[in-house]
Design a protein around this ligand. Structure first.
Ligand code: DC
Length: 230
């Protein structure tokens, strides 16, 4: 076998997607950002007023799940796939602070998770996939050949997220971003339905003080070791 499944899990803003994209490009694998799928469902809930006045009407969303069509379309000029919700590119809209504020509660709904997990398993059926999220190594692909669990201190993660949002033109304070990071950590790791946790056989990488190059080298060593054994 020379194609493997690579599962990358971890807390928000640990740089999972950056490293996953780079790995997929180098290996010529498909990259799947499962967070984008949960974000797109959250956007759909917001657009349809299932989330209003800080209240989330989860039953209304569950009734409409069949109306949600999610697609990844490869953008050659970017070198990775973008998220389409019911035929519309929503890459920008799903990354706003507003979506970030609600995505954890939407992704805690078991009906939402069951549906998205099935779609993710379908996409990764033939291996050669790098998938990042919260439950990839534990639920989506428990038999993945390589499982990485990324971590970094909350302050460092909030700083990364803050820099990203400012660059995108959002007007936000660092304190607000840190609060959102801590809140999402708590909800993601305490929800009943497949909470974020390190799979027993995952390799943890704390990248608080690691460059992207160092992380990449470390993971490529692991991949090459597995590929040689196969
Ligand atoms: O990776 P991200 O920050 O874009 O993910 C957004 C949210 O989606 C995150 O707070 C938790 C949820 N999520 C999840 O529950 N399971 C996944 N596999 C991916 C994301």
């Amino acid at each position: 076998m020379n194609k493997i499944t690579i599962a990358i899990d971890g807390f928000s803003s640990t740089g999972k997607s950056t490293i996953a994209k780079q790995l997929a490009k180098t290996l010529d694998y498909i990259y799947v950002d499962t967070g984008a799928m949960y974000r797109a469902v959250t956007l759909y809930a917001m657009q349809n007023d299932f989330i209003s006045d800080e209240k989330f009407h989860s039953n209304d969303l569950i009734l409409k799940l069949n109306n949600i069509n999610l697609q990844f379309k490869f953008n050659p000029s970017l070198g990775f796939s973008e998220m389409y919700l019911n035929g519309k590119n929503v890459e920008k809209e799903i990354r706003t602070m507003k979506v970030s504020n609600f995505v954890s509660v939407v992704s805690a709904v078991p009906e939402v998770r069951n549906r998205l997990v099935k779609q993710q398993q379908e996409i990764g059926k033939s291996s050669a996939v790098v998938m990042d999220g919260r439950d990839i190594g534990t639920v989506v692909f428990p038999n993945a050949e390589l499982k990485i669990f990324m971590n970094a201190s909350p302050k460092i993660r909030a700083q990364r997220r803050y820099d990203e949002l400012i660059k995108r033109g959002e007007n936000i304070s660092f304190e607000k971003v840190l609060k959102n990071v801590n809140k999402r950590d708590y909800i993601d790791s305490h929800r009943k339905s497949s909470p974020l946790k390190k799979a027993k056989d995952a390799i943890e990488i704390d990248n608080s003080n690691l460059s992207l190059k160092e992380q990449f080298t470390q993971i490529m060593l692991l991949i090459n070791k597995i590929l040689k054994l196969e």
